[in-house]
Every structure is written in structure tokens, then in C-alpha cells.
Design a protein around this ligand. Sequence first.
Ligand code: ZN
Length: 238
Amino acid sequence: MNIFGHGKNKKKTTSEWNIECYHLMRKGRYEQALECCETVLELEPKDVSALDRKAKCLEKLNLLEEAIKVRDFELEEHPNMFPALSNEVNDLIKLGRAEEAIERIYKNLHVYEARGKSNYIEFCFSLLLQVNPKRTQAWYDRGNYYAKLKRFDKAIESYDNALKIDPTNEIYKKNRLRALNQKEEAEKRKKMVVRYCQQCGKSFSPEDYPDCPNLPDFMVCPRCGWQNKFPINYKKIL
Ligand SMILES: [Zn+2]
């Protein structure tokens, strides 16, 4: 096949090839679009648009094995392309390779953890549970992830889901209990946050402001009527 067949100018730039590829794909001409991708990748083997479009063309042409290889490379080079992850997972599922799909997701999950990409991590967990909602390990890992972030409600919910599937698992029970204790501990500590009136020194407690989950930044002192304006994040813990 002649890769220069779509234009007279042999010195097209990669972005021009990418644009041509885009238009071909819109017309459903995936084989020709694929050639554009190949041309770009010869010049720039890691070009993210070309890699992504190449994989999409292969998926459209139902060449899933090849698409998966391209997706693997794409994700290796550009781990943040999480739509690519979702597409590769779909390809693997279509081929009945769910276990590999799960491995693929965990591989990215570890990259995102190392980079602290919380949105992507959450996306990985939802993807894992989409592949198999009964995978207790995924619920358990999700629980541990949220527990580490001190998001205890989400952690407990995850452990609960793991325990629904595997009710006698002692490790899940132990971690659930620990998250529950930590949650109660955190709530107790929150109640101990106290501020003092800047005029008379009286202490405020959350009970003075029952409608507020946290102490507000403006507080009228019940004893002297002074309007206190506290700097944001001013907190004093007993
Ligand atoms: Zn006062």
C-alpha cells in the first residue's frame, strides 16, 4: 500500500496527517485512516493521537488482537490516557480475556497510585468492578485505598460489599472494623475543635452552633456579643 496515496504533498507534517486521519475516520474509511496513523508513527512513534486513532481504527476493523498491542504501547507511553485503558479493557472482554483485563487495570492503578492521581484511581476501581462486580479483592483494595485517604464511609462501604460476597473473610472484617474505629475517632476529634472569643476569651464549641458541621469563621460570642472573625482554617485542638 502506498502510504502517500492520500495527498500529493509528500512533506505533510504529522499534524496534517493526523487531521487527514480524523476526516477519514469520520467517513468510516478506517483502512485508509490506519495508513495515515502508520505514517505519523514512522515519524513519531510515540505520537499519542496517532496511537489512539490507530487503535480505534483497528477496533473498528475488528482487529482486536492488534488493537490491544497498540493500546498496551499507548498506555505504556501515556498512562494518563485512561479512555485508552477503558477501550483496551473492552477489547479484552470481547475476546473473553477478563483476567488479563483486570491485570491491565491494576497495572495502571499502580502507576496512578505512584503519581497520586486520585481521579484516575477511582476510575480504575470502577472499571475493575465493571469487569467483575463480584471480585472481592477489588472491593477490598478499594476499601484500603479510601481508608488510607481517611474517607471512611467509602472504605466501609467497600468492605461491606466484599463481605456481602465473602461474609466469613476475617481480613475484610478486621479492616472494616478498623475503618469504623478510625471514623469514630475522627468524629470525636472534630468535636474537640475549639475556638476562643478574641474579646473575652470564652471558648466556643460545636454545640454552640448545632447547625454547622464545622465551626464557622464568624462567631458572635454568647457572653460578650463580640463579633469574632476567625482566619480561615484557624483551629485549636484541645
Ligand atoms: Zn466574648
